[in-house]
Design a protein around this ligand. Sequence first.
Ligand code: AMP
Ligand code: TRP
Length: 342
Amino acid sequence: MKNTFTKTNKKPIMLSGIQPTNNLTLGNYLGSIKPYVKLQNKYKMYVFVADLHALTNKFDKNNLVNNKRNIVCAYYAAGLDFNKCIIFNQSDVISHNDVSHVLLCHTTLGELERMTQFKDKGLSKNDNNTFYVRTGLLTYPVLMAADILLYDANAVIVGTDQKQHLELTRNIATRMNNKYGKMFVLPEPVIMAHSARVMDLLDPSIKMSKSNTNPKGVIYLSDPLNVVYKKIMQAKTDSFNKVNYDVKKQPGISNLIEIYVAISNISIETIVKKYANQNYAVFKKDLANLVCKELKTFQTKFKKAEAIFDKQIKPLLVKNAKICTQIVRKKTSLVYKKIGLQ
Ligand code: AMP
Ligand code: TRP
């Protein structure tokens, strides 16, 4: 595989990444990976494995290696064009942290302590009922800001949980542009209308997440299809037994409708009309078949990616890291110059 992207390409720039923590879920797929695929022709895309970010959570060395590989294979399996997009491992591009440090010195402690994700993850007790707050968890939105600003990204695809970090990125960039002269592009969040927050199947009040404790509420992209089918059939709904979209009164069925929309591209109205006289079991069966069909294609391509990983994908990652290192070096140099370091 060769990378055909050239410098003369004038498309706007899109950048996004996923942390290699735990197994990927349907939430990651619909809120993040599938949108990359949808938008890959509209933008010049940088898609990376946010491995430095994974260190901000409890991690296991061997799992980290596997998870990193799995994310790249998932990008391939979902249909990202590896000849067009620049796919890379964050830690292969050594100097993301150089600019991150400069940004940190222009960010207040209060700003970071206000981040919802830090409050959720950092201020809750861990497995053995003690507090162990990694400083990296507090400062990680600033590393994320560096990831984005280094590449002059115009747009960043994220689920709603990351929107606040994008706002922080824009605030830091504006602050620095105003103080030292323009050096950063202000990125816009790109959030999908229907899959920005896929909820847990058993508790639709919480996000479907890699780290949720009950795996029955989470569809993993690696789940056998019969398990996927069963999880959807057993998803929590309500006693109205009416396929209706009302997030407040019927959060379970509304979440399933969102998943249906995200996979089929059929509108909520059409789906609600189609199932107006059907019970939940009929709707769930159709949805389960839809999700299984999508995941079957994904899983077949994932196996192919694993098979070609060492020979074809790995060299591409190495090559892309070199391209990114050049971009980052240039930007870091500009930032250093603007603030008086060089
Ligand atoms: P994470 O799994 O937290 O590393 O998230 C990776 C990307 O997937 C981010 O852009 C998230 O916003 C997105 N994402 C994670 N979980 C979900 C979900 N349940 N629904 C929609 N997007 C999600
Ligand atoms: N923080 C993101 C997450 O937890 C991952 C991430 C790191 C990211 N850097 C990024 C996403 C830059 C978009 C752009 O999901």
